[in-house]
Design a protein around this ligand. Sequence first.
Ligand code: UDP
Ligand code: MG
Length: 333
Amino acid sequence: MVDTTTSSSPGIERSMSDCMLSCVVPAFNEHDNLAVLLPKLKVALQGLTDAWEVIVVDDGSSDNTSDLMGMLSREPGIRYLQLSRNFGKEAALTAGIEAAEGDAVVLMDADLQHPPALLKQMVQRWETGVDMIYAVRESREDERWGKRIGTKLFYSLLRSESGVQVPPHAGDFRLMDRAVVTALMQLPERDRFMKGLYAWVGFRSEAIPFMPESRLSGKSHFSAWRLWRLAMAGLMSFTTWPLRAVSVMGFVVSICSFLYGIYIVGEFILYDNPVDGWPTIVTILLFFSGINLLSLGVVGEYIARVFKEVKHRPVYLVRQSMGASARTERPEA
Ligand code: UDP
Ligand code: MG
């Protein structure tokens, strides 16, 4: 169920017409989509405030994105940040958030799946004092059943450990107040599972339902394998239950093998049955080797993440940056 409460925060009132709105668009080989999205976005933003910027974060595109953006970023309001290679969507979002200057920052995909028309509703909620307004898919009927089941399982595993409650079916499409952005920038981790980080920082958040459009051009960059890796990153950064599951498994297997040992000794003493040697030993040996390797793998995954964090490498590197935000001076009344 999508929570669409429409209360306001006592004491907090904001007006977008006096503030600056930033829109961060991560883009990886989205030339055709950007050419359609940016004019639409510009109109939507101009309708909301005089001070605005769109930051297109080029996540190592190999198409003509840089030529297009070189041209478009001459217009006030369109900024272009080119990363030195493909760092992944989470890093591109981080780069955009860090570059944004607005009092509120919107995150939006480049493929027109996130309708710019929703910005108005988000801004209205922000003006009443809500700090983060995130768009939640009304339904996942358009997705294949495999992905739907995987997503459901992922969210239930993620929520099984109390603490951070990541809302299911919410993506990166959201508007965040400057306070939320400042909080996000304080989180130092390099392996950034953004959906978890948004939930971790807290603040007054509200969902608004939406139905994503289909991708305008090209195809999704998130293959099943990439989604799996993202899910693992999320589970390993926000929960420790895989480690506990391994201990529980070790405990259960030890009890079972102990009971089986008693059974074998009992059979020998009571019924004088000789123990079947070879098959039993091989089966048990293989079973335990499997469990050992699995446990080592789980522990290894966590150690790999620690290793990645202690290297302290930057999350992304910028190759070039162009353009500036738009600030239309209003005539004196
Ligand atoms: N994206 C990115 N870096 C990547 C992969 C994707 O910046 O390595 C951007 C992509 O250009 C798009 C957004 O992230 O603007 C969402 O990607 P996509 O549409 O492929 O994902 P889906 O909508 O299928 O989840
Ligand atoms: Mg998409």
